[in-house]
Write a protein that binds this ligand. Structure first.
Ligand code: FAD
Length: 481
């Protein structure tokens, strides 16, 4: 008999959360802390979604998406998770750029960027100040037609080098391009510039285990290996979900699954207005990624000056479409020194990340796919040589992940690493107007993606659900638990 991962679940819950990415986990925690009965269903055997890790023999633990997030995580984690989690957030000391236009190291905050822009790049202080102030004042309700390219042209006309410095890390961070709305750039960039780039000391495994402990303490019923097949909708709104063949009643669903998968696969387009469906079909997915995970030998490490985060590129010019090309010219190297996991085995690991298109990685035979992955490993080792001499001899383990890998583990359509483009946010927010009790809290719209964005979106959506449920009549299924 296969194991019943739903053994002991109730027949109905106030809220069912589908997916345990950071958005889903945060929503579930807040909902349960507010006294609601919450069932969290994750199709994978691990919690965390893209905030995940894997182990390899030799004591190597690789983080997938722990490259950096803004300082705002400290406040969000303290408020919605725990002091212990917030206290483990530490700043990255060295962010490096190395490309044919410039090579520099920065603490990646407003003061240091102002110094670099005025001294190394020769931009007038007043112009730099105006740019920072303008970026910081942007918000969701602003003009959405101005593009990031237009923003840069306004402040730094013809300065491709400046645009590269300002844009390259954000493009790496969330796949945004110069054609995306300027406000998405302004919000994300200003978040980072407030204090620099931060990570979670102890690794993603420690973070997710701490979150799981909190969820259980808050009373969330947490289930892994539970793949939700359907969200059932009646005339009054959400009725139930079907998971592993079992129907569980609820009047509210928070889907942390991909937005388009939520609408078209889990609910079905016949349940929405025609115009909404048309709008949802226009929502573009964000791009995906490739990564190469490399481990140095047991007692080997690299000097700290190598940096924590290194934006490297051999491309003469900065073009966002080049960052997606199969012929990789730009890589972000994350260096994980032994103090990443102070209680670990003292290993030094390096992860190379590159934005990528799903379409470049599907439709191959197994042999072609394996060969392409191996080629990615080899070319990455070649590129690493510049920063870690003799890396081929020193790297004792190397393997690659592709957009197909990300799709496989998270069910994100086309392996999208940051959900959907900006227009997805409006569609996500409009779900409860279409179907009472249907919510989405997951990566969308650039500003609501990444670790901080999804946690904050999880908070916003949990509050929406709490508001809705507090207005429901006492005879509803909500009150029956
Ligand atoms: C390679 C890479 C590097 C990244 N680096 C960074 C970084 O350095 N900093 C940063 O801030 N962000 C980074 N990100 C992005 C960040 O990891 C994500 O934006 C964030 O973790 C997504 O959270 P989420 O809440 O949207 O859910 P996701 O992590 O997308 O999780 C969704 C969850 O839903 C589950 N699910 C889907 N369908 C179902 C179903 N039918 N039933 C049950 N469960 C289901 C999935 O299994 C998954 O666990 C990176 C992403 C990638 C891919």
């Amino acid at each position: 008999m296969p194991k019943d991962f739903l053994k002991g679940t109730a027949d109905s819950y106030d809220v069912v959360v589908i997916g345990s990415g950071l958005g889903g986990l945060t929503s579930a925690n807040i909902l349960a802390r507010n006294g609601l009965s919450v069932l969290l269903l994750e199709q994978h055997y691990k919690l965390g979604g893209l905030a995940t890790w894997f182990k390899r023999p030799g004591g190597h633990i690789f983080d997938i998406s722990l490259h950096g997030f803004p300082y705002g995580m400290v406040k969000s984690c303290r408020r919605y998770w725990s002091k212990e989690i917030a206290d483990s957030i530490v700043q990255l000391e060295g962010v490096r750029f190395d490309n044919p236009m410039f090579s520099l190291t920065t603490s990646f905050d407003r003061n240091d960027f102002t110094r670099l822009l005025t001294t190394d790049f020769g931009i007038a202080q007043e112009n730099v100040d105006r740019f920072f102030d303008s970026a910081r004042s942007m918000n969701f309700y602003d003009d959405q037609t101005k593009t990031t390219r237009e923003l840069f042209e306004e402040f730094f006309p013809g300065r491709e080098d400046v645009i590269r410095l300002l844009m390259e890390p954000i493009t790496y961070a969330n796949g945004s391009t110069l054609e995306d709305p300027a406000l998405t750039y302004g919000i994300v960039f200003s978040n980072f510039m407030s204090k620099g780039v931060f990570v979670f000391q102890g690794g993603t495994d420690k973070l997710v285990k701490s979150m799981e402990k909190e969820l259980v303490a808050s009373g969330v019923d947490v289930r892994i290996n539970c793949d939700v097949e359907k969200i059932n909708v009646g005339t009054e709104g959400i009725q139930s979900v079907v998971v592993n063949g079992k129907t569980i009643k609820t009047s509210a669903v928070v889907s942390n699954a991909n937005l388009r998968a939520t609408i078209f696969d889990l609910v079905g387009e016949d349940k929405f207005d025609r115009s909404f469906v048309d709008e949802a079909k226009e929502v573009r997915l964000n791009n995906s990624s490739t990564q190469v995970y490399m481990a140095l030998g047991n007692d080997d490490t690299v000097p700290r000056e190598t940096g924590d985060l290194l934006f490297s590129s051999t491309a003469e010019r900065f073009q966002t479409d080049l960052l997606l090309d199969r012929n990789v010219t730009s890589r972000t190297f994350s260096f994980y020194y032994p103090d990443t996991r102070p209680e670990g085995k003292g290993r030094t690991l390096i992860v190379s990340s590159t934005n990528a298109n799903y379409s470049d990685w599907i439709g191959m035979s197994k042999e072609e796919y394996d060969a392409s992955k191996q080629d990615l490993v080899e070319t990455t080792l070649d590129a690493l040589e510049k920063y870690v001499p003799n890396s081929r001899e020193r790297v004792v383990h190397a393997e690659a992940a592709t957009p197909v890998t990300f799709k496989h583990y998270t069910k994100h359509i086309s392996g999208a690493s940051f959900g959907t483009k900006f227009e997805g946010l409006m569609v996500s927010r409009a779900l409860p107007d279409q179907i009472r009790g249907l919510y989405h809290a997951g990566s969308c719209g650039i500003i609501m993606s990444g670790w901080l964005g999804t946690i904050n979106y999880g908070v916003i959506v949990a509050n929406d659900v709490i508001n809705q449920l507090s207005k429901m009549p006492a005879t509803s299924p909500v009150a029956s638990n």
